[in-house]
Design a protein around this ligand. Structure first.
Ligand code: UDX
Length: 437
């Protein structure tokens, strides 16, 4: 099939490459020429494991091209909308400018029978609104809402073999003409047994925000338990292991630490609350305010534990922060708890050096006032305290003896509870976890 993918960021670039991998002819379209040039040269503009190789592989087949000209969408029978919906500046709601602009720019290129597929995370009600815009311009085109659940760092595998497909179509019926078209797009993963659910537009939109809200709630739940563990001397990691063995609860997403960040969970729960308010259902989501508050408290808690670790004063203390990305295997620093903690420590008088295997260029753009060093051992030179804030394997595998030789005082705060406390203590370190004795 000929497919266009509009928006080539974290979601769209991966989606375009994966659709070509599935055998389709794909054109990726984005207004950012720099991004397009990089992608056309098989260079991902961001770090995502396996993406550069995949781009190279599919571009060699001639099935994938990139352009900044929307006119190239004409001739595709399926058009994926993959642009971002960031948080509005100064408000909780989602900024819909990019989705609206991309959809409206596409309208004049739609032919009868074309399917527009929304993948961006949007406030419920958006699809109905866009569907009527599309209908006015091209009555024989259809809109499907097909939310994307990929995780950064696993984006290629999550796109090629997702947990499930959700198709939101007008009326929510299997017989909707768009269903068969989308089944053809995804025929490879569907034939491998990936479940697919047909819903109406609103349900499909809500599936995505509900899933992200549930994940955020799970993380904040365990971080609230960490607060209780801190108050009572208990160990939140063992607590999570024990409750996680109940398969109704499950151990995944119960890692307590510095909390969640990134370009999705924080802004999605806020946009969800804002939308619920518009719908007169704000009470239903007041708990998400608490989820957000627990999450943000983790960051101040780390600053306080660091102060405590540094003999009650941060002034002039040299702090090394291991990790800038919001999670490992990503160079994404959007709402990164690690960077936000690093910046707060610097504001309170510490001299902060940040190291990260991939995210330093993005981090330096966002917080130019921090110091950056690519080599973790050099970054730790003369440190008064080390903070492990993003659990990259290279940081988890650091040798406590080797690191001790570089620092002024061997003190470590394990913000992700991933280090073996006994091993670090045996090497002479003062070890602090979060929610652990
Ligand atoms: C998330 C959803 O998982 C994905 O389905 C959706 O499509 C987009 O949003 P992503 O933002 O890539 O994906 O990251 P995710 O792996 O969900 O992690 C989010 C944040 O939660 C990270 O900062 C991570 O460090 C944190 N986290 C995760 C925890 O603090 N504890 C956990 O147990 C799990």
């Amino acid at each position: 099939m000929r497919i266009s993918v509009i928006g080539c960021g974290y979601l769209g670039a991966v989606h375009a490459a994966c659709m070509a991998k599935l055998g389709h002819d794909v054109v990726g379209i984005d207004v950012d020429s720099e991004k397009i040039d990089a992608l056309a040269a098989s260079k991902s503009p961001f770090y995502e494991p396996g993406l550069d190789q995949l781009l190279e592989e599919v571009q060699a087949t001639g099935r994938l091209s990139f352009t900044n000209d929307m006119a190239h969408a004409a001739g595709s029978s399926v058009h994926f909308i993959c642009v971002g919906t960031p948080q509005k500046s100064g408000e909780n709601g989602a900024d819909m400018r990019f989705v609206d602009a991309a959809t409206h720019a596409l309208l004049e290129h739609l032919a009868p029978g074309d399917i527009v597929v929304g993948k961006s995370t949007v406030p419920v009600g958006t699809a109905a609104r866009l569907a009527s815009d599309i209908h006015r311009r091209q009555p024989e085109a259809h809109l499907v809402w097909n939310p994307e659940f990929l995780r950064e760092g696993h984006a290629v595998a999550d796109t090629l073999s997702p947990d499930r497909f959700v198709y939101g179509v007008d009326g929510g019926s299997e017989d909707h003409p768009a269903v068969a078209v989308l089944d053809e797009v995804y025929s490879v993963p569907l034939s491998a047994g990936t479940p697919r659910l047909i819903t109406d537009h609103a349900t499909a939109e809500l599936v995505k925000t509900a899933a992200n809200s549930f994940l955020a709630t799970k993380i904040s739940f365990i971080n609230a338990m960490a607060e209780l563990c801190e108050a009572s001397g208990a160990d939140v990691s063992r607590l999570a292991d024990a409750i996680g063995l109940d398969d109704r609860i499950g151990r995944k997403f119960l890692n307590a630490g510095i909390g969640f960040g990134g370009g999705c969970l924080p802004k999605d729960i806020r946009a969800f609350m804002a939308r619920a308010g518009e719908l007169g259902a704000d009470q239903a989501l007041t708990f998400l305010r608490e989820v957000d508050a627990i999450n943000m408290r983790r960051r101040s808690r780390v600053v306080e534990v660091t102060r405590d670790l540094c003999d009650d004063s941060l002034l002039g203390k040299r702090i090394t922060v291991l990790g800038a990305a919001f999670k490992p295997e990503s160079d994404d620093v959007r709402d990164s708890p690690a960077l936000s903690i690093a910046a707060q420590l610097q504001l309170q008088g510490a001299v902060v050096t940040v190291t990260d295997p991939k995210a330093l260029p993005n981090a330096a753009k966002r917080f130019p006032e921090l110091h950056y060093e690519a080599d973790p051992l050099k970054a730790a030179t003369k440190a008064d305290a080390i903070l492990l804030l993003t659990e990259w394997p290279v940081f988890r595998d650091l040798d406590p003896y080797e690191l001790a030789a570089n620092v002024t005082v061997p003190r470590i705060l394990d913000g992700r509870n991933v280090l073996d406390a006994a091993k670090w203590r045996a090497a002479g370190w003062t070890y602090r976890g979060l929610g652990r004795p």
